[in-house]
Design a protein around this ligand. Sequence first.
Ligand code: SF4
Length: 338
Amino acid sequence: MYKPKRVFFEKKALEYPLGEKLYELFQDKDIETKILKSNRVTGIPGESSTEKYVEGKKTLVIRVRKNQEFQSCKPSAHYQLPLMSGCSAKCEYCYLNTRFGKKPYTTIYANVSEILDKAEQYIEKRKPEITYFESAATSDPIPFEPYTGSLAKTIEFIGDNDKGRLRLVTKFDDIDGLLKLKHNGHTTIRFSINSDTVINEYEHDTASLEYRIKAARKILDANYKLGFIIGPVITHADWKEQYKDMLQRLANGLDNKKEEKITFEVISHRFTSSAKNRIIEVFPKTTLPMEEDERKYKYGQFGYGKYVYKKTTIEEIKEFFKDNISTIFPKGEIEYII
Ligand code: SF4
């Protein structure tokens, strides 16, 4: 279970039950707590880029989210549902690496009820349409859930709302607190899974594949909608054998439940130039394949492009996952392979 090294509080956060609860909870001699004097977060140590990154990951900041609009989250949902931002894991390829600065601490919002009130306003506005929210757009909320209970509260809120739906994705297994909730089938929990090589080499401080599969089985038994994101798919040596083995272990782990409808999203590895620079800075010995010559440059919507696999490789990835998912999970639904 994730244990922070330091937890900083915005003064106003202590006016909310969650802020107060966390303040009490982290009064532990091994954990530094302090009340911030201003909006600026200071006091996270570190000399080198790697040290700064590591110390950032050990830091929580408890804040109040202002009444800002939720950001859109297309295509997977209509809006992000911002309970927190940041993540305790250290995946080398993480899309958040260029987002949270040199010391990527995790922010947890104390005013959950106000955030859910805001979500309700969006649901009301879109009625009679259903409104989808994504609660893991800028974080993996699961490692913090045993401390916060924010997700549990959100799942029950959405479960109680006919026109609300929630999605989230995780690489962790701390999900026991979610199993008995009244979710009403309105929440889809997806697990991000990968080959042994990718997990062992690049997904530092996440749950093992076995633990993710065990957690997925519990989620299915608790009647949640279940999905898997396979990604980033990396075509390392023996990738086909390893991804096939991963799918087979998943099917075995879900056992007799494998006939249930389970969704799959498959995402091939891609990187931007700024992400590559940042990864090399923080993980100087990285073996992540980021040779531009071996990729195709794909122009992005907002001017900055990404290096994706070449067409023949993408086709191979598509064919491989289509064939194997349909064979191993005959009732599985592939949402997309990109
Ligand atoms: Fe990033 Fe997800 Fe890994 Fe967290 S678990 S570091 S959000 S890729």
